[in-house]
Design a protein around this ligand. Structure first.
Ligand code: M6R
Length: 612
């Protein structure tokens, strides 16, 4: 949520800031702004709406000979998305500027105090309080003033601060919102997330909570905000490249990332499953075999799409590893009474590794004695640094809000984990493990083959459905979470109201919604609950619901229920979720695209939810 970028070095700053913001726009797109130093003064440009509006405004000043500045793309929390509320925010003199991601929880009382001191505010944001608070303490030393101000602040922040009187210097500070610095030749960068840095450098340092960094051209110093103690931190090298975060000819990042799924699955599974022996290797979870055998319960914690992956994993782990699994939405988990001990393994699932609720959830579980691991895509993200073990999904940078490849690579990692638990605990026959491990490897090729054919078929099929105002998705067993995920995808990118249900639940209420105008997409692979799901489809048909089915190739019975059937190749039942989510993703994409929606930047959303 909100993207910050900062630069000081020998390049001209405006293009660097704009390039960084372009690569962070998925974090928020309500407004954007940049600020730079010029002849001892601060020059600021801001615009409401997408970054393109700001780009138009700064078209004439791209070549400005300034070498230090800050940029921001906003996801509004306090104050409507207009130009006045756009960052950067200034103090009363206009010489000090701040960009911020997070929420200053005690901003009202601070604002009252600052107003009483005579400060003049020009926005409704919580962030502007920071600019005036730093001004209040500012005499000669910016670092000292920032530290004094932050000592008074409650809440979360990733900050960039710049002062006209200390040219070529930037300050970054972090508490509970992500901030990373990049190291270049004679240059230092600041960013909310790695993609902003990829065109410039891959040497990065992740800031931790309560840390402040002073950046100067080519040098930096990191310190503890509270006591000012100097800190040594080693850079990490990121192996993503800039091209990975570009559209590569696709109309939208979402479509590109749908097509990248086979590779993401291969990269996640590679080196961890041995197809000849069926052995699974996952040393990165950091548990001894004895500890794995001692696990008494698993708590899976996540939000949104990642939560849906967790729901699938519950079926797998309970079936194959015999361990009871609780699945929690992180925003609930973090506040409810938890029964935890050292034999409960908490697993946080997160693409970004920065989701505020999931992070708070694992901190709570850890404080109650649980061992914590995370399944995460972003190297060096906060969760990966705080967890006791990390299973990385190797999906590459994910830009689209809708998270298609994060989902299938999370499923792959969770399936691997299931096989690993079964292997160590002896709850699975070697032969079964071998068969399932091979099937996991093979699923990537299967998806690769069906993708173009499926997309073509779905593009035609949606002509009958894209104007619907509501949609139901139903499935049973392993496919119930896929129904939830399908509904989430459709509603978030097309704004069509969609709900996912366990097919057996229809009769307990939702069936009342069904009439000739209600499309219902049912997932009906020939699995253990096939007949039950087919019966539910019959019930929908009897009430004239408009049916779409996704089922197994060769299942002719489905064509007697509706003309709208998508056939999928037969794979091992356990792997159906990886396969059946693909048509659901494509259906949402094609409908949203047909409706002319902004697929990659759906309204009100941001990719990485770093505030509560
Ligand atoms: O980065 P995370 O996986 O922790 O993000 C969690 C959710 O915000 C995310 O999965 C969200 O629901 C999807 N991007 C929506 O498609």
């Amino acid at each position: 949520m909100c993207g910050i970028v900062g630069y000081t070095g020998s390049r001209k700053v405006v293009p660097v800031l704009l390039e960084g913001l372009r690569r962070l726009e998925y974090r928020g797109y309500d407004s954007a702004g940049i600020v730079y130093q010029m002849d001892g003064e601060i020059v600021k440009y801001r615009a409401a709406g997408k970054l393109a509006n700001l780009e138009k405004e700064v078209d004439d000043i791209i070549g400005t000979d300034s070498h230090t500045g800050l940029g921001h793309t906003r996801w509004a929390t306090h104050g409507v998305p207009n130009e006045d509320n756009a960052h950067p925010h200034s103090d009363c003199t206009g010489e000090l500027v701040v960009v911020h991601n997070g929420i200053i929880e005690n901003y009202s009382s601070l604002k009252e105090e600052l107003l009483a001191d005579g400060h003049i505010f020009s926005s409704e944001t919580d962030t502007e309080v920071l600019a005036h608070l730093i001004e209040k303490y500012l005499e000669k030393d910016l670092v000292a003033a920032v530290r004094q101000a932050l000592a008074r602040v409650e809440g979360s922040y990733a900050l960039g601060v710049m002062w006209a009187r200390e040219p070529d210097k930037l300050i970054g500070a972090r508490n509970q919102s992500p901030l990373v610095m990049g190291l270049g030749e004679d240059a230092c960068y600041l960013a909310s997330d790695i993609p902003a840095l990829l065109p410039f450098t891959r040497e990065v340092i992740f800031l931790d909570d309560n840390e402040l960094v002073l950046l100067e051209k080519g040098s930096y110093s990191i310190m503890d905000i509270e006591d000012g103690a100097s800190l040594e931190k080693l850079p990490t090298r990121i192996d993503w490249n800039p091209a990975m975060a570009e559209k590569a000819g696709y109309k939208h990042f979402m479509l590109k990332e749908i097509y990248e799924q086979p590779q993401a699955i291969i990269d996640t599974v590679k080196g961890r499953v041995f197809p000849d022996t069926g052995m699974i290797q996952l040393p990165e979870i950091g548990l001894t075999d004895k500890e794995v055998k001692n696990i008494e319960r698993i708590a899976l914690v996540a939000c949104g799409t990642s939560w849906h992956a967790a729901l699938v994993a519950k079926y797998w782990i309970e079936k194959w590893a015999g361990i009871p699994v609780d699945v929690d939405i992180a925003s609930e988990f973090r506040y409810r009474s938890l029964l935890m001990n050292e034999r409960v393994l908490t697993i946080a699932i997160s693409q970004s590794g920065e989701t505020a609720d999931t992070l708070a959830g694992i901190r709570r579980a850890s404080s109650l004695g649980s061992r914590v691991i995370t399944i995460c895509n972003v190297v060096g993200s906060t969760m990966t640094r705080e967890a006791d073990g990390v299973i990385y999904t190797h999906a590459g940078p994910e830009i689209s809000v809708a998270s298609p490849k994060a989902f299938t690579s999370q499923l792959s990692a969770l399936f691997l984990l299931t096989l690993y638990l079964g292997q160590v605990r002896g709850t699975m026959d070697r032969e079964v493990r071998l068969q399932l491990g091979r099937a996991l490897i093979d699923i990537a090729a299967t998806i690769e083959t069906i993708l173009p054919v499926l997309q073509k078929r779905i593009r035609t099929m949606i002509e009958d459905f894209y104007t619907a105002r509501d949609f139901l998705f139903v499935g049973r067993g392993l496919n119930f979470p896929i129904a939830l995920e399908g509904a989430l995808k459709l509603k978030e990118i097309s704004y069509i109201h969609a709900e996912g249900y366990a097919a057996g639940e229809l009769k307990h209420g939702p069936i009342a919604l069904i009439d000739k105008d209600m499309p219902v997409l049912a997932l009906v692979p020939q699995d253990a609950v096939y007949q039950k799901t087919v019966s539910n489809v019959e019930e929908i048909k009897a009430r004239q619901g408009r049916i779409l089915l996704i089922g197994t190739e060769g299942d002719h019975h489905l064509t007697t229920l509706t003309d709208n059937v998508l056939f999928m190749p037969e794979v091992l039942e356990d792997l159906n979720p990886l396969l059946y989510t693909i048509p659901a993703q494509l259906l949402s994409y094609e409908i949203a695209n047909r409706l002319g929606c902004d697929v990659d930047q759906p309204r009100n959303l941001a990719k990485s939810v770093t505030v509560e």
